[in-house]
Design a binder for this molecule. Structure first.
Ligand SMILES: Nc1ncnc2c1ncn2[C@@H]1O[C@H](COP(=O)(O)OP(=O)(O)O)[C@@H](O)[C@H]1O
Ligand SMILES: [Mg+2]
Length: 330
């Protein structure tokens, strides 16, 4: 990458923003989550970059590291581990989430570290998970960006489902694509589970998740069709429940034109398989500048603010701020 433009953040960070924006108490905090099932595909890089792009658009943002056990967002931000982390919140040493939120050098950006060698996200108890999700909504910030860990543990899925904008990061590699679909499917079924007893469909989701089930249900869309045929009223209520389940696909580490086409083809698979619309947010090139900036412990958006990759992130962030309305298609 060639980028010799002077960096406004380096020269005078405050001048790029003026006054740091604050949230009005009437506006609810919006939560965006970056998931994708697989490790090493760029979720932390994407979360950091989107968070900084939002601050460049004048928004106040809190970036939260929910990859408990492997938390490394502080490194992506070029910071030391803050003195207060989510461990203090979970142990009760901090009663309020804002007590573990640290201001960064980037105006408008706060950071909540998940650093805790002893805690895995799967071990988080339900009470603390609930406290955390409720706490996120009350933070004095306009946007909360959740950087999720790999895997499909129930807690990771619940954080993903708690978000208003659900971003699936995927790279053009078979393993990443496979994990992305698995993550989408698991979160979709997890979402359906919340309505299971209310709709009287207990056991059906468990059955559907078994790929060799005798009902011939091969996909979430099949399950919804099956329920609708059995009882159209329950089917309608179920569709209402999942009406807000939308995902945004983000392709990272793109090298060729064929790579980019994957975004549209995944979108149509989602349509057929889940019976829901997702959208292709956009793509980020594979670029050596990513590891170069990481090695310098400088976020790429700060190090190369006028680069094409930052342009791609700004476009993606704008799309997220004005998402196209999506609907169920079954
Ligand atoms: N667009 C990209 N181009 C080049 N390298 C990338 C890109 N995105 C991520 N990487 C590299 O991939 C690695 C994993 O990124 P990371 O954000 O830690 O992934 P995850 O959070 O999904 O585990 C890092 O070394 C990072 O530098
Ligand atoms: Mg990560």
């Amino acid at each position: 990458m060639n980028d010799f433009t002077p960096n406004p953040f380096k020269l005078n960070p405050k001048s790029a923003f003026g006054k740091t924006p604050t949230k009005s108490s009437k506006t609810p905090t919006a939560i965006w989550a970056v998931g994708g099932g697989k490790g090493g595909i760029g979720k932390s890089f994407i979360s950091t970059s989107i968070a900084i792009c939002l601050t460049r658009m004048g928004k106040s943002v809190t970036l939260v590291d929910l990859d408990l056990g492997s938390a490394n967002l502080h490194t992506c931000l070029g910071m030391k581990i803050p003195s207060q982390t989510l461990s203090d919140f979970f142990s009760g040493r901090a009663t309020n989430l804002s007590e573990v939120s640290t201001a960064t050098e980037i105006p408008g950006l706060h950071f909540i570290s998940g650093f805790n060698d002893a805690l895995n996200v799967a071990d988080l108890d339900p009470n603390n998970k609930q406290r955390l999700i409720e706490g996120l909504r009350t933070l004095q910030t306009q946007y909360v960006i959740l950087d999720l860990g790999a895997g499909t543990s129930e807690n990771t899925l619940d954080f993903f489902l708690a978000a208003d904008q659900k971003i699936i990061a995927v790279t053009p590699e078979p393993t990443s694509i496979e994990n992305a679909y698995r993550f989408m499917k698991s979160s979709f079924y997890r979402k359906l589970r919340t309505a299971e007893s209310e709709l009287g469909i207990q056991g059906l989701i468990e059955t559907a998740m078994d790929s060799k089930n005798k009902l011939g249900i091969k996909s979430p869309a099949d399950l919804i069709r099956y329920i609708s045929q059995k009882d159209p009223q329950v089917g309608e209520r179920l569709k209402e429940k999942i009406g807000d389940f939308h995902m945004h696909l983000l392709l990272n580490q793109v090298r060729t034109r064929e790579d980019i086409e994957l975004g549209e083809s995944m979108k149509s698979v989602c349509r057929k398989y889940f019976g829901i619309e997702s959208d292709f947010l956009g793509y980020i090139d594979h670029d050596n500048a990513v590891w170069q900036s990481l090695r310098k412990r400088r976020p790429l958006v700060i190090e190369y603010p006028y680069s094409s990759i930052v342009g791609q992130f700004l476009g993606i962030t704008k799309n997220l701020l004005n998402p196209t309305p999506l609907r169920a298609v079954i």
